[in-house]
Write a protein that binds this ligand. Structure first.
Ligand code: NAD
Length: 486
């Protein structure tokens, strides 16, 4: 017997999918006193917590620890008691099974916390796969039916694949399989140089895997500012990642055991170029909405040709009382965008005034080494939109904290609208690359969304020495009188 809401047995909100979009809607709705049920086929937390952001960042942290230990001698730290006399110095060794179990512990702790929080808010979680029926009823695959005054669809997305690269979990992997590995391949081809491809290429290469990164477009990280992309590409190449842009992949041919090992491999075939022999291929060519089986006949929810549920600015679908958020809709596939959309939908359900998400100004963070973080327009996007701009870029080479860390590959770039007398006006975009920039984006995000001008932002005092000074210095330079930056 499924618990029902109040006397009517009808929940204020039934959420389909307990990922970031769905659980945020449930928590925010319950915090406002609404009765909420969440139908979840697997575990609450969704892709982000179990197969995406959180585990990927846990492994990127493993890579960071490895880098730190590898360079410890530069800081005068002898990290091991040294090899026996006569043997060459040892480099650190990765025990990926331990990394995997540490990652799992982090995920499990967060999962228990989230499930407990949902219980403590009185949210009913129903195990199973939900299908929306006419009349705002959700049928669970065990036959149970749950009624809602409103339904929020938040079924998320799954990795896209490419023809000829059928995922088998051994030779051909997507992010789902990579994040479950208990040992690392010796070599890998990563197909797709977007956020996932760059994070995986960076992490695997740092942990000693020979990586080839194959991107169909002319550059990595489409949508990021080109000066930022140049820093990432240079760093990748310097660390031994082979980056092939403009790659045309026609297929792959599995091979027998590689070298002296029992491990198999495959040859990735590129048009007009040599074949690449690798132990594993990681396909990271985007994600598609999980729409199959979600909507029964006659529910009246419009879906576009790519399978995304169509919504208006307030997350309303074409069917009254049915809302959709997260990766199921064609907006940036970011957990925090799912959170924001969930709050817009719940405010709409409550009859409150909701401010639609401004997708052009949401924060973006890519946790590769070096990290990338930005909000607002790139220089190319601003010029492409016909805007007259003033641009200033400050490389991290002169930043004291970056020198102290020994990580000076990076920059802060600010794009502002040109105002009267050529001065820098409204800040259109801030783009950062380098150490811990994902944790420094806050003030940049506020400047862009507040439509501040450099004269205002430059008046704020930055701590010294700090990485965040580079942001303040760039703003100061845009006022026409820089301190360290000209
Ligand atoms: P993506 O769309 O960001 O990048 C996919 C890349 O693959 C593109 O550059 C595309 O040109 C390339 N590509 C497509 N087909 C190809 C082919 N046949 N050969 C070579 N290259 C090909 O997708 P993603 O990196 O898989 O990420 C999925 C979604 O998840 C994105 O929306 C992404 O923004 C989001 N995400 C974000 C973060 C983050 O912000 N840190 C991390 C992971 C994922």
């Amino acid at each position: 017997m499924v618990p029902t809401a109040g006397d009517t047995g009808v929940y204020d909100i039934v959420v389909v999918g307990g990922g970031p979009g769905g659980y945020a809607a449930a928590l925010y709705g319950a915090a406002a006193g609404l009765s909420v049920a969440v139908v979840e086929r697997d575990k609450v937390g969704g892709t982000c917590l179990h197969r995406g952001c959180v585990p990927a960042k846990a492994f990127l942290e493993t890579a960071s620890v490895y880098r730190t230990v590898s360079t410890a001698a530069e800081f005068g730290i002898n990290a091991s008691s040294g090899p026996p006399a006569g043997e060459p110095p040892r480099s650190p060794r990765v025990d990926f099974a331990v990394s995997q179990s540490r990652k799992q512990k982090v995920v499990d702790q967060l999962h228990r916390g989230l499930a407990g929080l949902m219980r403590s808010r009185g949210i009913t979680t129903i195990a199973g796969t939900g299908t929306l029926l006419p009349g705002n009823i959700v049928r669970v695959d065990d036959g149970t039916e749950v009624a809602g005054r409103n339904v929020i669809l938040a079924a998320g997305s799954v990795p896209r694949t490419i023809p000829g690269f059928e995922v088998d979990g051994e030779l051909i992997l997507t992010s789902d399989e990579v994040l479950d590995l208990d040992h690392l391949p010796e070599s890998a081809a990563v197909i797709g140089g977007g956020a996932i491809g760059c994070e995986f290429a960076s992490m695997l290469s740092d942990l000693g895997v020979r990586v080839t990164l194959l991107e169909a477009l002319d550059s990595l990280l489409a949508g990021c500012d080109e000066d930022v992309v140049a820093v990432v590409s240079r760093s990748f190449r310097k660390r031994g990642i082979e980056v092939i842009t403009g790659a045309r992949i026609s297929g792959h041919a599995p091979m027998g055991p590689l070298g002296q090992t029992a491990r198999r491999g495959t040859r990735v075939i590129l048009e007009g170029s040599a074949e690449i022999e690798v132990e594993a291929v990681i396909v990271a060519v985007g994600r598609r909405p999980r729409i199959e089986g979600l909507l029964a006949e006659g529910v009246g929810v419009a879906v576009d040709e790519r399978g995304f549920v169509q919504i208006d600015r307030f997350m309303r679908t074409s069917s009254p009382g049915v809302w959709a958020v997260g990766d199921l809709v064609a907006t940036p596939q970011l957990a925090h965008v799912g959170f924001a959309e969930a709050m817009v939908a719940v405010k709409g359900i409550l009859g409150e005034r909701a401010v639609p998400v401004d997708y052009a100004k949401v924060p973006w963070c890519i946790y590769s080494h070096p990290e990338v973080a930005f909000a607002g327009m790139s220089e190319a996007a601003a010029r492409g939109a016909g805007l007259d701009v003033v641009v200033k870029a400050d490389p991290l080479g002169g930043n004291s904290r970056a020198r102290i860390l020994g990580e000076t590959d990076g920059l802060v770039k600010v794009i502002a609208e040109r105002a009267a007398e050529g001065r820098a006006g409204r800040i259109l975009g801030v783009h950062m690359v380098g150490p811990w920039v994902t944790e420094q984006l806050g003030q940049a995000y506020l400047s862009v969304n507040w439509e501040a001008v450099p004269d205002e932002v430059a008046a704020f005092v930055q701590p010294h020495p700090s990485l965040s000074e580079a942001f303040g210095e760039t703003m100061l330079a845009l006022t026409g009188r820089g301190l360290h930056v000209g």
